[in-house]
Write a protein that binds this ligand. Sequence first.
Ligand SMILES: Cc1cc2nc3c(=O)[nH]c(=O)nc-3n(C[C@H](O)[C@H](O)[C@H](O)COP(=O)(O)OP(=O)(O)OC[C@H]3O[C@@H](n4cnc5c(N)ncnc54)[C@H](O)[C@@H]3O)c2cc1C
Ligand code: SF4
Length: 405
Amino acid sequence: MAIHIENEAARCLNCKVPLCQQACPISTPIPHIIQLFKEKNVMEAGQELFENNPMSVVCATVCNHELQCAGHCVLGKKSTPVQFYDIEKYISDSYLDRYKPVAAEKNGKHVAVVGSGPAGLTVAILLAQKGCEVTVFERKHYIGGMLRYGIPDFRLPRTILDRYQKLLGRLGVHVRTATTIGGALKLEDLLRDGYDAIFVGTGAWRPKTLGVHGECGANVQFGISYLENAGNTDLGRTVAIIGMGNVAMDVARTAFRHGAERVMLFSRGQHATASSHEMSYAALDGAEFIFGKQIVAIRPEGPVFRNSVLDENGKVTGCDGEEELVPADSVIIAISQRPKDKLRLSTDHLEGNAKGLMIVDENHMTTVDGVFGAGDVVTGPLTVVHAVQAAKETAAAMLRYMHVE
Ligand SMILES: Cc1cc2nc3c(=O)[nH]c(=O)nc-3n(C[C@H](O)[C@H](O)[C@H](O)COP(=O)(O)OP(=O)(O)OC[C@H]3O[C@@H](n4cnc5c(N)ncnc54)[C@H](O)[C@@H]3O)c2cc1C
Ligand code: SF4
């Protein structure tokens, strides 16, 4: 690997106007990092990456590079773009365990972070670095959010999250797992107990439903629920997945790794919403893609479809034709998620929009004074790097709110 990434670094033109960096949602200083790497300053490069993006090692692994850095590298116009993400992964992975927090003087501010996905972890790290006393509340038994319970281990090793857990310890961040805010404890309780500011990064964990007959059958599961518990779930030999986004691709690839022999993915329209990268890996694993099928019911024997009717722009307007049963042992619904309502409904004046997304202002503050929010709970399901970028801006706004320099 070292030779490969050294070759990649050597190909970089150190552009004055780096299109790769402009296309990165968190503006990673790509040419400068490559220069540091070429000068063998790996730890300095690691520090710069971590300061810009505390989840750099995760982003290097799971970002959609085709749409971002690599997709915009000037070399890609005529030949192969620089694979910066491989260089970033090496540097950030080498740096993560060697990161030594500079002991910031305590500023007396207490911050509660609700949710330990990439948004919550970013806020916790950045505020602890500034001397705040940070406590993370996480409803699951382990930290990481969708990085641990959604993205499969074969794409993002869980050990990375264990390393983040240790890093939080080095920073003095307290982590209280198996604690749902909005359950026995409410946001108001956190305010009562003297937290000066609260961050909500609870993600989007409520699967969207199809609304068809049979959806409650024993042969049906939601994509994110299956991914969370794939090791304990027997889907049988033939699996039908409804949806063709990135989550659906992860479900397909996971199902193959847990014994499925035939996996079919169905889309209403003529295109998949998954990235071509994820789709090509699912295809390599053996997945079959079937377009233009509208699900109308689910029976114990499998899903039932009719043909989609499309308008001239390719938008699905309805369905027609005979009903067709596709025999399958299991049906997995993977057509996106939205935030759960529990926290919002249990907190006076915490408002969401019609889609259930938390409403925030230009400072990422929710409709409750001192309570901030970012990540999927605000945007709906997006990506790790988008959650981290928003969390970074939110951490800065929280410091301003608490009058911390
Ligand atoms: C299967 C799958 C694959 C994905 N693949 C990619 C990918 O390849 N690349 C990419 O960039 N993005 C990917 N994503 C998207 C990415 O994981 C999310 O955009 C990102 O994790 C959002 O971060 P977050 O911190 O906002 O929320 P989350 O990661 O969802 O974290 C929210 C956390 O809050 C906790 N929580 C929720 N409610 C409460 C409560 N009331 N009290 C306490 N804790 C609570 C949850 O348990 C969770 O730990 C994928 C998502 C899924 C589902
Ligand atoms: S666009 Fe490509 S060649 Fe130019 S600085 Fe970025 S990685 Fe290097």
